[in-house]
Ligand binder design. Structure first.
Ligand code: 3EB
Length: 309
């Protein structure tokens, strides 16, 4: 095991003691709690450095950073990302592939700017300060509103760079206009890596955005359909085959974040139609980073190759 992340509204009684572990205070919609577990076939070396716990093999490093929020979000995200970059750079895993960001009151105000926009300022400036070229070095990512008091960031970093993938239907997030905040979010739409000779695709949090604008305000089923279209466009861009949407996708692991638990049935119905019953979907209740977004979906595509008909 490289790492485990527990999702649930209550701290799970079971903890993972022999690998990096974090708890994200976020309700699971159809269960009490759920563990996301990252495994690999190689032996791992574990290193716990205070607030940053990690495990690494010859290729990748999994890390979790949990910090109690005791300053404004721009300072907190700047500090967290600087810490992560220093840590991975020193150990030779300089390439961030995928980052998950969770913190409370993501749509709340912080001195006249939304907390998500503050978060973006600190994150953007840490990337720049640590020598990352925003367009070139952006990882796949997501940023959601959890509960509680902590900023939780977990990530996969690698010795080798992955292949960044953008979505032709969407403006790249790092080119969003300033109406969404003074510093753009630093993420790619997806990241493709090779592991054990097979491609693995991390699709970032994906929502009902075309160009840079939110579509279908107030309409959850329409937002779900637009989100599916965006995920399929990203997968197509990554030249992954098997885009026949009638095929059941046992190679897909999805995490769906819903602002309103009441939308579970319509969204589940939409994802079932798009990806079939074999797709593995976790439904969580979370605030999405734009207040007009009702849902966001992220994906891991396993063995994402060879078309099967
Ligand atoms: C979007 O497309 C929706 O700030 O890291 C998706 C994925 C979103 C990642 C992030 C935000 C992030 O802009 C929000």
């Amino acid at each position: 095991m490289m790492g485990a992340v527990a999702f649930g509204a209550r701290r799970p009684r079971v903890t993972a003691s022999d690998c990096p572990y974090a708890w994200v205070d976020m309700p699971v919609l159809d269960d009490e709690s759920m563990f996301e577990v990252w495994t690999c076939a190689q032996p791992v070396e574990r290193e716990d450095a205070g607030d940053l716990v990690s495990a690494r093999n010859d290729d990748v490093l999994f890390g979790c950073l949990q910090t109690k929020l005791d300053c404004r979000l721009d300072a907190a995200s700047h500090r967290a990302y600087s810490r992560i970059f220093d840590f991975i750079d020193r150990r030779g895993y300089a390439h961030l592939l995928r980052v998950w960001n969770y913190f409370p009151q993501i749509n709340g105000d912080a001195d006249g700017l939304e907390r998500y926009a503050r978060f973006n300022v600190g994150r953007h400036e840490a990337f720049a300060a640590k020598g990352r070229v925003i367009g070139t070095h952006a990882p796949a990512a997501c940023a959601l509103g959890s509960r509680g008091t902590h900023l939780v960031i977990y990530f996969l970093a690698a010795k080798q760079a992955g292949q960044r993938v953008e979505n032709p239907r969407q403006v790249s997030a790092f080119h969003y206009p300033a109406q969404y905040g003074p510093r753009s979010p630093t993420f790619a739409r997806a990241m493709l890596m090779q592991t054990a000779g097979k491609p693995l695709l991390f699709v970032s949090g994906t929502a009902s955005i075309v160009g840079h604008e939110t579509l279908h305000i107030g309409n959850a089923p329409a937002q779900a359909r637009e989100t599916v279209a965006n995920i399929l466009a990203v997968m197509k861009q990554a030249q992954l085959a098997g885009l026949d949407s009638s095929r059941s996708r046992s190679d897909l692991l999805l995490k769906t974040y819903l602002r309103h638990p009441d939308d579970l049935a319509v969204v589940r119905n939409c994802l079932m139609q798009a990806f079939g019953p074999a797709a593995n979907v976790l439904y969580l209740q979370a605030d999405i980073c734009r207040s007009d977004l009702l849902l966001e979906v992220e994906a891991v595509c396993l063995n994402a190759s060879s078309p099967t008909h």
